[in-house]
Design a protein around this ligand. Structure first.
Ligand SMILES: Cc1ncc(COP(=O)(O)O)c(C=O)c1O
Length: 449
């Protein structure tokens, strides 16, 4: 079905008369149009670089630099937002009528699509990725069937490389959704991590906006450029979609410090720095993966996903059972954060990511510490004293369940036992694995003490 933008945009947005200021037309001269403070910023000293003036609403210079960097046609293809997160929110507000329209996402995926949808009272339709063996690819047939059966779906959010999957989507699968025979809405490809994709994998689809009028590609300076703090997100699309985004954004959404720093980062020197950092991250990513694949202690089962981003997904295993162990992964996560000063992200609640910890590739020294401390936590043996302290809290449960004289506990009593331990976090990983397998080592069993 042909894509007709006017049929997809909310009528109130289509009819909107956007905010205009004198600065849209005149930006030079004695500027007495915007009730700014002509005496300057109240900063003690230093270069205050025009901070008393509202920033350029169009951000022409930054856009020109992005166009050159990404090989795009022109600034009319570009929107700048306060991070990609603002872009996500604006797209939902442009295209989805609250309490009627829907967005489609492909879990496991970036959480902000759902969060923004919920904030805007927009329903979320889910078509899970193919997660088998960590493939993490979209299922275009299923997606297109959902799109065909539900005309209220106005936006499809695809993440490539995905978060938390770290896996780039195949161009063929993205094209299959873009060419869905019955869909008349917008397809958004979130390329926040695109610069981390190796050259032999399918890369950016940003230039496809020339071909597909319903495609929006999101990028950001938060990841490869290392500028999460300035909040600069990019949307690349057909000029008519870009115009709508400009119409509804806050007039001065990109601050002057943000644009000044972005310009430095997008300069040839800034770009060279980004490339150098990228090379280090990619080499550290490879080293981290290699180290985890031959980890000296048991507990790390495998690395899943395509490793196309600046993080890896580590799956933690219950060694004795030979399967992913979500509870153990969460304990490892907590123990690393609370006792070892290493913070990663527990992703075990996401479909296809059971027992997974998402670890951002850090600097060499960070990664060394991570490997060292992960090894320490995974190889901890429960010491007798800790075990005795734990079991001193639960003799009545053991007794009540009739396990006197026995070193084995039934599952329900084990659950009661574990929930009765007030300082479960102290329980070492090894100990919990033993408990989970319903074996309480003799010295720790209260009846045998
Ligand atoms: C897939 C994905 N998209 C977008 C973002 C947010 O980007 P920004 O910092 O530009 O808002 C993130 C942040 O982690 C992300 O993982």
């Amino acid at each position: 079905m042909p894509f007709v933008l006017e049929n997809v945009v909310r009528p109130n947005i289509l009819a909107l008369k956007p905010y205009r200021c004198a600065r849209n037309d005149y930006s030079e001269g004695i500027l007495l149009d915007a009730n700014e403070n002509a005496y300057g910023p109240s900063l003690p000293s230093g270069d205050s670089a025009n901070l008393n003036r509202y920033p350029d609403p169009a951000q022409h210079l930054v856009k020109t630099a992005v166009v050159a960097l990404r090989g795009l046609r022109g600034v009319e293809n570009l929107f700048l937002g306060v991070g990609s997160d603002e872009v996500i929110d604006l797209l939902i507000r442009i295209f989805c009528v609250p309490a009627r329209d829907k967005v489609l996402i492909t879990p496991p995926t970036y959480a902000m699509y759902s969060v923004s949808a919920q904030i805007n009272d927009v329903e979320v339709v889910k078509v899970n990725l193919d997660v088998e063996d960590g493939k993490f690819q979209i299922k275009p047939g299923e997606i297109n069937a959902r799109l065909a059966s539900d005309p209220n779906i106005k936006l499809v959010f695809l993440c490539s490389p995905g978060n938390p999957t770290g896996t780039v989507l195949s161009h063929a699968s993205i094209r299959a959704v873009l060419e869905s025979p019955s869909y008349t809405g917008i397809v958004v490809i979130d390329e926040a991590y695109i610069d981390f994709v190796s050259e032999d994998r399918d890369g950016s689809v940003a230039t496809w906006v020339e071909q597909y009028p319903n495609l929006v590609v999101m990028q950001t300076l938060s990841k490869s450029f290392g500028l999460a703090g300035i909040r600069l997100g990019i949307a690349i699309s057909h000029p008519s979609i870009i115009q709508l985004m400009n119409n509804i954004k806050a007039p001065y959404n990109i601050s002057t410090p943000t644009s000044q720093i972005a310009l430095r980062a997008l300069s040839p020197l800034g770009h060279a720095t980004m490339r150098a950092h990228l090379a280090s991250i990619l080499s550290e990513r490879a080293r981290l993966i290699a180290a985890l694949k031959s980890f000296p202690v048991s507990g790390v089962w495998r690395i899943i996903g395509g490793n196309d981003a600046n993080f890896v997904l580590i799956q933690i295993v219950d060694v004795s059972m030979g399967r992913p162990d979500n509870a153990k992964a969460e304990r490892v996560y907590k123990r690393l954060a609370e006792s070892e000063g290493v913070v990663m992200r527990f992703r075990g609640d996401e479909i296809g990511c059971e027992a997974c910890l998402r670890v951002t590739v850090g600097r060499e020294e960070d990664n060394n510490l991570l490997l060292e401390r992960l090894e320490k936590v995974l190889s901890e043996k429960c010491d007798r004293e800790v075990g005795a302290r734990i079991f001193s809290h639960v003799p009545c449960q053991c007794h009540a369940k009739g396990v006197e004289g026995s070193s084995r506990l039934s599952d329900p009593s084990l659950v009661a036992l574990l929930s009765a331990v007030p300082y479960l976090d102290l329980l070492c990983v090894e100990m919990v694995s033993l408990l989970k397998n319903r074996f309480v080592p003799q010295p720790y069993c209260p009846q045998n003490r």
